[in-house]
Design a protein around this ligand. Structure first.
Ligand SMILES: C[S@@+](CC[C@H](N)C(=O)[O-])C[C@H]1O[C@@H](n2cnc3c(N)ncnc32)[C@H](O)[C@@H]1O
Length: 247
């Protein structure tokens, strides 16, 4: 089994990945980010929506949102998040390498480093191709991730993150001359320790620009945070946006 197919990874470490603080930050970003302000009633596809941290506030804002994820347990949490927000979204269990609906969306988002998971480069390209074919002419894809440049600014010794009743030790290892990285997580609680790891591509802005262009996107722009700040030495994320030409 590939790591991203392992529900134990997502549920075991959900206290680090899917925290109330992240939910609040995502809701704030949807309320204030110029990059997440779309035309009223836009049809939005949220690739790898997880527990719905972006899906729910986007739906609450009035967009017609479809969230796609591999794991039913996470989609159930996304449905609950939408219900809590008083919003509805369509939630689909599918693999982002396969899911697409020709010209059915005005916007595709892929948030919080949910891209670059597949060992085969062509599989990662398929995710971009699926986004492109799912967009109506003039539509846009927005990908938010930890890039090579932003990762390089903080990767270092192992970090310890407190979680209720325990802690998680997180260690990052750069692989293949900065092509990919592995993150090892050990959750320690009382006398037990659970270990898991993931391996992901880490892209520079230039590499992702080339991939967006190869998938057919134009007007490619990079930002350093969801406020729309420049992608420079102060960038905390890479937000890359591309448009599908209108013909
Ligand atoms: C880091 S989480 C981010 C989730 C969400 N975007 C957020 O902001 O919280 C990555 C998500 O990708 C999903 N995922 C991993 N592989 C996938 C695949 N092949 N197809 C669809 N979803 C996938 C996982 O289930 C998980 O929910």
């Amino acid at each position: 089994m590939n790591w991203y197919e392992d529900m134990n990874l997502w549920s075991g470490f959900s206290e680090v990945l899917f925290t109330p603080e992240r939910a609040r930050a995502a809701a704030d970003a949807v309320a204030t980010s110029p990059l997440l302000a779309f035309a009223p009633a836009s049809r939005v596809l949220d690739q790898c929506c997880g527990t719905g941290f972006f899906t729910a506030p986007l739906a609450r804002r009035g967009y017609q949102v479809t969230g796609v994820d591999l794991h039913p347990e996470l989609l159930e949490r996304a449905a609950a998040a939408c219900a809590d927000a008083g919003a509805t979204a369509s939630l689909v269990r599918a693999d982002v390498r396969e899911y697409g609906a020709p010209e059915a969306y005005d916007v595709v988002v892929n948030m919080y480093t949910s891209f670059g998971y597949f060992d085969d480069h062509e599989d990662n390209m398929r995710v971009l191709h699926n986004a492109h074919r799912s967009l109506a002419p003039g539509g846009q894809l927005l990908v938010d991730l930890l890039s090579k440049e932003t990762y390089a600014s903080w990767v270092g010794p192992p970090k310890i993150v407190d979680v209720p009743g325990g802690m998680v030790v997180m260690r990052d290892t750069i692989l293949d001359d900065w092509t990919r990285y592995r993150t090892d997580w050990t959750l320690v609680r009382g006398d037990t320790a659970a270990h898991t790891s993931l391996t992901c591509y880490v892209y520079s802005a230039a590499e992702l620009r080339d991939m967006f262009a190869e998938a057919g996107f134009g007007k490619i722009e990079c930002f350093g945070n969801l406020d729309g700040g420049p992608y420079d030495a102060n960038a905390t994320r890479l937000i890359i946006r591309g448009s599908k030409g209108s013909g």
